[in-house]
Design a protein around this ligand. Structure first.
Ligand SMILES: NC(=O)C1=CN([C@@H]2O[C@H](COP(=O)(O)OP(=O)(O)OC[C@H]3O[C@@H](n4cnc5c(N)ncnc54)[C@H](O)[C@@H]3O)[C@@H](O)[C@H]2O)C=CC1
Ligand SMILES: O=C(O)CCC(=O)C(=O)O
Length: 447
């Protein structure tokens, strides 16, 4: 069996040389799906997994724009349309200097499984650009977004592909892109999600990924005879997902003690409370400053430059920044310090080796494709509200989000329960996500 998994991953690696993140994401899935296919020959015979590793389409384009000094600038942009078996392509746009084809293919691949888990009808895609919004003026970001959308508009649509935000793409960028799409098409359409509330956005979409992570963690803890109240938590990142993970942890009586950005992390032994969280939101969403400023204002906190937040003694860990930010040595430290659960808010934040150690030690662990699915699920709810032209209340959307996270949990448990005391969510999430897409692909013939 191991040989077969290796041979499969090698064949994908040979076709996608140098795409380390994409191959990492494929390997995680292959380790679960290849043994599963052995007992489900209809998927094996139709080469479903191999087909799923090949994007239906990739669009690569240049984005020319002019900065505030009048200099002509060029960035590279992509949209990976991975799989549309169960619905239009759906997935975020990332603006970050590290963006390349490998990263977007891994994200699009993960998105296919995640969107399938949401119970809604959405295929998987992802896009973005190596543009760095950091240090750019609003006018520069607007000009970039308008130029980016001028090309992207040719490839998307409410029934074709519906992008949203991701790292470096929040409400501001979505607004500029939506405005440009509307000008180009003369059409007010739900072609992007994460829109502002004044022009078709959904209540709770901003909060949804972080809230969903904590709803999911709560279900996992319950399934293992535990609760979230009183737990000390390490959270990484300080962007959208980190902020609303912290907010929901506070609602449920947990104590978050860390946040981070690419320069280092804050450890606050007194805990990050509502007031401190409001400071982080203003710092990151409005002033766009560095997280080190937190320790200048709150003297009880320490800023640890260049160090990951996984050194603190915590009960639970929530990696919410970026891929491969939680390596095996940090997982070892977390476990040695008594951590009992790792819940991914980011996409693929835990390295392969680290996941193997976590599963071997039977620490609770949930892959992002399950635990961070609340964001895209609420995007799906935004699409529904746009279609019926009726906005739902905050309570309605929040209760649907909660229901979806509970049903994702049930589905993961169905395929991932190992024994009375342990659920393997990596196995559960991958099989549950796969089966729906695989059945749709089989039904649709050679697509
Ligand atoms: N926004 C959403 O709805 C969803 C986001 N995600 C994932 O969650 C993660 C975070 O995304 P957002 O919060 O939306 O982005 P964001 O742009 O709001 O925040 C990203 C955060 O990560 C930090 N970061 C980036 N690179 C880092 C590095 N090398 N080391 C340490 N920190 C770093 C940034 O400083 C920032 O605090 C990403 O993996 C994204 O793909 C997953 C599901 C949905
Ligand atoms: O809301 C969406 O469409 C996309 C969210 C996303 O990019 C993700 O789940 O990683």
């Amino acid at each position: 069996m191991t040989q077969t998994i290796e041979a499969f991953v090698e064949s994908i690696a040979a076709k996608n040389s140098g795409e380390s993140e994409f191959i990492q994401a494929v390997r995680e899935v292959a380790e679960v799906i290849i043994p599963f296919n052995e007992n489900h020959p209809k998927y094996k015979e139709a080469n479903i997994l191999e087909r799923m590793c090949e994007p239906e389409r990739v669009v690569i384009f240049r984005v020319p724009w002019v900065d505030d000094k009048g200099t002509f600038r060029i960035n590279r942009a992509f949209r990976v349309q991975m799989n549309s078996a169960i619905g239009p392509y759906k997935g975020g746009l990332r603006f970050h200097p590290t963006v390349n084809l490998s990263i977007l293919k891994f994200l699009a691949f993960e998105q296919v499984f995640k969107n399938s888990l949401t119970t809604l009808s959405m295929g998987g895609g992802k896009g973005g650009s190596d543009f760095d919004p950091k240090g750019k003026s609003d006018a520069e970001v607007m000009r970039f977004c308008q130029s980016f959308m001028t090309e992207l508009a040719k490839h998307i649509g409410g029934f074709t592909d519906v992008p949203a935000g991701d790292i470096g793409v929040g409400g501001r960028e979505i607004g500029y892109m939506f405005g440009q799409y509307k000008r180009l098409r003369n059409e007010f359409a739900g072609v992007l999600t994460g829109k502002g509330l004044a022009y078709g956005g959904s209540l709770i979409r901003t909060e949804a990924t972080g809230y969903g992570v904590v709803y999911f963690a709560n279900e996992v803890l319950k399934a293992h005879g535990q609760g979230i109240t009183g737990k000390i938590c390490a959270v990484s990142g300080s962007g959208n997902v980190a902020q609303y993970t912290i907010e929901k942890l506070l609602h449920l009586g947990a104590k978050p003690v860390t946040v981070s950005d690419s320069e280092g992390h804050i450890y606050d032994p007194d805990g990050i409370d509502e007031e401190k969280l409001a400071f982080i939101k203003a710092l990151k969403n409005e002033r766009r400053g560095r997280i080190s400023e937190y320790a200048e204002v709150y003297k009880e906190a320490i800023f640890n430059k260049g160090i990951t937040p996984w050194h603190a003694k915590v009960d639970l860990a929530f990696p919410c920044a970026t891929q491969n930010e939680l390596p095996v040595e940090d997982v070892r430290m977390l476990i040695d310090n008594g951590c009992i659960g790792v819940f991914e808010g980011a996409n693929m934040p835990t390295t392969e080796e680290a996941i193997h150690l976590i599963r071997e030690k039977r620490v609770m662990f949930t892959p992002g494709k399950a635990s961070n699915a609340g964001g895209v699920a609420t995007s799906g709810l935004e699409m529904t509200q746009n279609s019926i032209r009726i906005p739902w209340t905050r309570e309605e959307v929040d209760s649907k989000l909660k229901e979806i996270m509970i049903s994702i949990h049930e589905n993961c448990e169905k395929y991932g329960r190992v024994d009375d005391t342990y659920v393997d969510y990596v196995k559960g999430a991958n099989i549950a996500g796969y089966v729906k897409v695989a059945d749709a692909m089989l039904a649709q013939g050679h697509v």
